[in-house]
Design a protein around this ligand. Structure first.
Ligand code: NAD
Length: 248
């Protein structure tokens, strides 16, 4: 299996790339800062906001590995604030990465995925890293939540468009995951220890999600075991979406 992981040089994406490698896949990482990609991966420097760079990177990966079966569209950034806090330019910047980045990746991968699906039905998929923010109504996450809401809708629409081509499309919805991104968020907080405790308390399990736990869900969705799974959002969120815990 040949897999492409965008944003695969840090956090959740690096864990996904490492797990797919462990399971025997040949893995290419597309990242704007690819230094942290697993050593065994083919690391390609590209920014998902640059349509030409994404197309060139995808074509180069297929030239190197001969085919493409699995796309994990994971590159994304955070944004804090209410709807009043971020100017239009910041909305455009975040949506360009978090939403259009996935559109561009899919657009340029699809011709290769169609060719692979003809040979290996059920084994060809796109998995997009969405977020619990798409559905949870989190405070001070208006822009980020809107971007991930779009990823969720995009996932469902793409699943419908490509199901008869043998290409499955799903997303994972992590809760707050212990990654460098969250580390940076905590560094900016007035009281990082209290902020981390608040993030942990928000999740019914009382702890952050590990990047490896998200990776395991993605590896399942990309595997032949998930051949009947498409148009699904798999929550890996410590129960945040499904559970409504109240004090006893
Ligand atoms: P991270 O910052 O640790 O890693 C993100 C990676 O994406 C980095 O390697 C970065 O260089 C790359 N990237 C960012 N913008 C890019 C661009 N324009 N082009 C190419 N590469 C780019 O973050 P993470 O926490 O691992 O997040 C990964 C994904 O998981 C994101 O889509 C994020 O929205 C989602 N997510 C994270 C959490 C969390 O709590 N960490 C929760 C839910 C969803």
């Amino acid at each position: 299996m040949v897999a492409l992981v965008t944003g695969g040089a840090s956090g959740i994406g690096a864990a996904i790339a490492a797990l797919l490698l462990d399971r025997g896949a040949r893995v290419a990482v597309l990242d704007r800062d690819p230094a942290g990609a697993p050593a065994a991966a083919l690391a390609v420097k590209a920014d998902v906001t640059d349509d030409t760079a994404v197309r060139t990177a995808v074509d180069d990966i297929v030239s190197e590995y001969g085919s493409l079966h699995t796309v994990v569209s994971n590159a994304g950034i955070g944004a804090i604030g209410t709807v009043a806090d971020n100017p239009d330019d910041e909305w455009r910047r975040v949506l360009d990465i978090n939403v259009l980045g996935m559109v561009r990746t899919a657009r340029h991968a699809l011709p290769h995925l169609r060719a692979a699906a003809a040979e290996r039905p059920g084994c060809v998929s796109i998995t997009q890293t969405c977020s619990i923010a798409a559905t949870a109504g989190l405070p001070r996450r208006a822009l980020y939540s809107a971007s991930k809401g779009a990823v969720l809708s995009l996932t469902l629409a793409m699943a419908a468009d490509h199901v008869r081509e043998g290409i499955r499309v799903n997303c994972v919805n992590p809760g707050t995951a212990d990654t460098p991104w969250v580390g940076r968020l905590l560094d900016q907080a007035d009281d990082p220890v209290a902020e981390r405790a608040a993030l942990e308390a928000r999740q019914p399990t009382g702890r952050l999600v590990a990047a490896d736990e998200v990776a395991a869900a993605v590896a399942y969705l990309a595997s032949p075991a998930a051949a009947a799974v498409t148009g699904t959002a798999l929550a890996v969120d410590g129960g945040m979406q499904g559970l409504r815990l109240r004090p006893a």
